[in-house]
Design a protein. Structure first.
Length: 547
């Protein structure tokens, strides 16, 4: 897949299908083997600081007693280097880590170099330390959007000094936290707003509201200079640029980002050569940023002997917009997921991806398809050998359908663990369980059930395959787009293996589907088969195909 290739929504869904089928045929699809033995369930700490550590101990004990293995801890730049450069203070996090370690839980620190406050669900106010902004001008250090808004959530990667600042923080952490070697599960490196590898494109302070596209962030002087330099490197002469773009520019200083973001997307400019060049460069700023940050992180933090990871958001809205598909993802810098995942591979970093629980809402004005997005990205990770972890995007609030969706994606698309957002949703301040803890642990923290279904007599013609679908989001509410593929064993016999994660009885049906998408239902869709959940069990099941 080339850098300039931009798959359509249909192409993405087709790739999910092709990847899944090819993995089944080659035996590499993760649902064909046991869930990874290193699978861990994590809970993210609340955003506000801990003030009552006796109560915190009670909360940790409740997590430990209910199958949680890891606690994720945001380490705010505002806290560990608050007043001056190289004046580090890790005492708060040393205390937090000690309590987690003493509770018998593992720790997943997150280097949170971004502002806490201003994003969905934020109940904190931890800005980037003021001394950081004194190192340069606003235009040098901050993203500037197409509307002229300067964003102070995170230092823009065009400011080269920032990499030295991160390096200093990593080195200080490695020295201060050496006693916790063996207690860390993984270390995450924040690389953008909300700790995610993206642009701050969807920000309410810049006039964004859901499900809008957001704002392009390429309008500061350093950003424009970077774009111009990239185009000069690619084309060599301004004449070559004009030939490619159909323009009549006279100098590279006239190469500019889109003058009107709405027009750029709505009139198809993003699909022209100029648009592809711009969006490819726009994303490359993020991948280069990741390369720079993670090289420092590995040099300083590999001493702990654990994996390093980064986070990427599940921007699911406008995914299938029939007029401008993926415009919200493009605006956030996620133009080509294949090259993004390549960078995770090159940087030897695990990917934490969100939105596993969200349900599709593929209608105007949302055009939201989180299920297709999650499965597309997960299949790319499987194909490229990138370890990936799961998160929910919003508080699940005990909604079993959402937990089932999260569990199905987690167990069947190769995710190595699931991190729940957040502690306050599953454990009360006094350490008692909330009503959400039980469905969380029953669905995601306990050993999932492996179910192997044998379908006898499902004779097919060339190009036709057999699938299972189900009545909950585990399989897609009888939606044949979310189907579990079966593997042909010969003599009309097919087998399908999948994982369940909730204490319920699961109903499913069988179908045949050919390459054109034509569907044949077992017994005209009149049969519904069911299998009870057995915690940690491995359940064989046999059905005989009836025409």
């Amino acid at each position: 897949m080339s850098l300039n290739y931009r798959p359509s929504s249909f192409a993405k869904l087709l790739l999910v299908f092709v990847l899944t089928v090819s993995m089944v045929l080659t035996g590499t699809w993760r649902a064909e083997a046991a869930v990874d033995s290193s699978y861990k369930v994590s809970v993210m700490l609340n955003l506000p600081d801990i003030t009552d550590f006796n109560a915190f101990d009670a909360q940790l004990a409740t997590l430990k007693n209910n199958g949680v293995k890891v606690v994720e801890v945001d380490m705010w730049w505002n806290h560990f280097e608050p007043t001056a450069r190289n004046s580090f203070n890790w005492s708060y996090y040393t205390n937090v880590f000690t309590h987690i370690k003493n509770a018998g839980l593992l720790i997943a620190p997150i280097f949170s170099f971004h502002q806490c406050g201003g994003n969905v669900g934020d109940n904190c106010n931890f800005p980037v330390p003021s001394w950081v902004w004194s190192l340069g001008t606003q235009d040098q250090m901050q993203y500037k959007s197409e509307s002229g808004y300067y964003n102070n959530e995170y230092v823009a990667p065009f400011f080269a000094t920032s990499y030295t600042l991160y390096d200093e923080a990593f080195k200080s952490f490695a020295s201060a936290m050496s006693a916790f070697k063996g207690s860390f599960f993984k270390i995450y490196i924040g690389m953008g707003p909300a700790g995610e590898l993206r642009y701050p494109s969807y920000n309410a302070n810049d006039g964004w509201s859901y499900p809008g596209r957001g704002k392009l962030q390429a309008y500061s002087g350093p950003a424009i200079a970077s774009f111009q330099s990239a185009m000069q490197t690619k084309y060599g002469t301004i004449g070559a640029v004009n030939t490619a773009w159909g323009t009549s520019l006279t100098a590279f200083s006239q190469v500019m980002p889109p003058s009107n973001g709405d027009s750029f997307f709505n009139t198809g400019g993003y699909n022209a050569t100029y648009g592809k060049d711009f969006l490819t460069w726009y994303q490359s700023v993020l991948t280069t940023h990741m390369s720079n940050v993670m090289s420092k992180a590995h040099a300083d933090l590999d001493t702990f002997g654990v994996r390093l990871g980064g986070k990427m958001p599940g921007i699911h809205w406008q995914y299938s917009n029939p007029s401008v598909a993926h415009e919200a993802e493009d605006t956030a810098g996620l133009y080509n997921y294949s090259t993004m995942i390549d960078q995770f591979k090159t940087s030897n970093a695990d990917l934490a991806f969100t939105a596993l629980e969200l349900q599709d809402n593929n209608v105007y004005p949302y055009y939201s398809q989180p299920q297709a997005l999650v499965q597309y990205v997960a299949n790319l990770c499987i194909q490229k050998g990138v370890p990936h972890d799961a998160e929910n995007a919003l508080a699940i609030s005990g909604n079993q359908t959402l937990y089932n969706s999260a569990a199905f994606n987690t167990f069947n698309y190769g995710f190595n663990g699931f991190a729940l957002l957040r502690l306050e949703n599953v454990v009360n301040a006094n350490g008692t369980a909330t009503s959400e803890l039980s469905p969380f642990t029953q669905t995601l923290a306990l050993q999932p059930q492996q179910v192997t279904v044998t379908i006898n007599g499902a004779n097919t013609v060339t190009g036709q395959n057999v699938y299972l679908i189900g009545d909950r989001m585990e399989f897609g509410v009888w939606n044949t787009s979310y189907a579990i593929p079966a593997t042909y064993a010969g003599n009309g016999v097919w087998t399908a293996t999948f994982y369940l994660g909730a204490n319920h009885t699961y109903n499913f049906k069988a179908i045949k589907k050919d390459g054109s998408g034509n569907i044949t239902w077992e017994n005209g869709s009149n049969h519904s088969w069911s299998v009870p959940y057995v915690a940690g069990g491995s359940t064989p099941y046999t059905l005989n195909w009836q025409n």
